[in-house]
Design a protein around this ligand. Structure first.
Ligand SMILES: Cc1ncc(COP(=O)(O)O)c(C=O)c1O
Length: 394
């Protein structure tokens, strides 16, 4: 079969109207702080059904803005997943916070209210500043239970929703978008090219509390504000940074936002095809048992390889797929493995270790057409078939 170009785990979808939107933004009077950012933020507010949506330069900047807005100080305790992209950890570390990494569920790769309670008990922690959750792959599990826990602990709940742009949960026959902050204080998103919509690089912070959103808006631009009467006079309220997103990036995000439902529908279809076609290989490859009361954004297609029935490890499988130009990913290496393991104590992370040994992200993105998808599935089946035959012969 003719080789396709590189099949990554994720990729952007760019069409001619995106190119048109970006190029016309360059002809506007303002390349930053103009009309496009206003329009984008207003559309995002409506999309998420939230009081305010503030766009910024990256998902990492969004997390930093969220944590600055709650006034995170040195030695404040923040609980977060031990398996996550490194952003939240790095931001908290740079802010001098005391980071507690909670274990994750061995299938979903997400922290749970009970994994948080367990670590709280173990560490005898009383005062918590914030919990940061992350909906691995775009499947928002335990949202309402985290909210109950936040109330019990009297702390902030920040959702690192970078995977969950477009995901929803159901409650009392109503649906709520992740980003509505119905069950959290702040939600943060990334618009990196692999995410649901892209602005090239970019991020979003959403919240309902006006004090927080006003502060985030100021923090995004050095903490400065201007006199309404005399435009040349300005004042400093907080120490902030430049986390603005240019009009050029906003133009791309705005044009992508018009296609968001289509994007999610396509991702869902791909996910379902994988699930259907690989269902006969249940003893070898498994999909996490996600809660059926949630709608995913299908950001990642995470599967678990069963190494009781497959010889070797994840790297063997990845190298095999690489030979066919298919590039799956790890999401993610546990943070304690990237840092000083002894300090974190690997014995506290049996869920993470199990998840990390078996989880792999298979390609899922809008441009993955049926031909490419069949090719990927065929190659996976060929790999698994070798073990199936051997196991039958035993
Ligand atoms: C869960 C999670 N958090 C944070 C980030 C950081 O976002 P960005 O790359 O836009 O800074 C990412 C992006 O990869 C992510 O996946």
């Amino acid at each position: 079969m003719k080789k396709f170009y590189k099949i990554d785990y994720g990729k952007q979808n760019i069409i001619s109207s995106d190119v048109g939107a970006v190029s016309s933004s360059l002809k506007h009077q303002n390349l930053t702080n103009g009309q496009i950012i206003k329009k984008l933020e207003s559309k995002l507010k409506k999309y998420f059904s939230v009081k305010d949506a503030i766009v910024c330069s990256s998902g990492t900047a969004a997390i930093h803005l969220a944590l600055m807005s709650i006034d995170l100080k040195k030695n404040d305790v923040v609980i977060m997943p031990a398996i996550n992209f490194i952003s939240s950890y790095n931001v908290c570390k740079l802010m001098g916070a005391k980071i507690i990494l909670a274990d994750v569920d061995k299938f979903t790769g997400q922290i749970t209210p009970s994994s948080i309670e367990k670590i709280l008990k173990k560490k005898k922690l009383k005062k918590i500043k914030a919990i940061i959750t992350m909906y691995m792959g775009g499947f928002p599990e335990n949202v309402r239970d985290f909210f109950k826990l936040k109330k019990k602990l009297n702390c902030y709940l920040i959702e690192d929703s970078c995977h969950a742009f477009g995901a929803e949960i159901k409650h009392s026959s109503k649906s709520y978008k992740i980003g509505s902050c119905k069950f959290s204080d702040i939600s943060t998103f990334s618009m990196h090219p692999v995410k649901t919509i892209t602005s090239g690089e970019g991020g979003i912070v959403t919240a309902n509390n006006k004090n927080l959103t006003k502060k985030i808006r100021l923090l995004r631009s050095h903490g400065l504000y201007r006199s309404e009467k005399y435009y040349w006079k300005y004042y400093s309220r907080y120490e902030g940074l430049n986390y603005r997103l240019s009009e050029i990036n906003c133009a791309l995000a705005l044009n992508q936002l018009y296609r968001i439902n289509k994007f999610i529908k396509t991702r869902k279809r791909i996910f379902r095809i994988y699930k259907r076609k690989l269902s006969k290989y249940n003893d070898y490859i498994q999909f996490p048992p996600y809660n059926n009361q949630i709608s995913s954004s299908y950001h990642l297609n995470i599967v678990h390889l069963n190494f009781n029935n497959i010889k070797g490890n994840k790297d063997n499988f990845i190298k095999y797929l690489n030979k066919h130009n298919i590039y799956p990913q790890y999401h993610y290496t546990p943070i304690y493995r990237l840092k000083n393991m002894k300090r974190f104590g690997i014995q506290n992370y049996s869920g993470c270790e199990k998840y990390f040994n078996s989880a792999i992200s298979l390609p899922i993105y809008v441009n993955l057409n049926d031909k490419m998808l069949s090719f990927v599935i065929k190659k996976i089946i060929n790999y698994l078939d070798k073990f199936k035959k051997n196991n039958v012969q035993k």
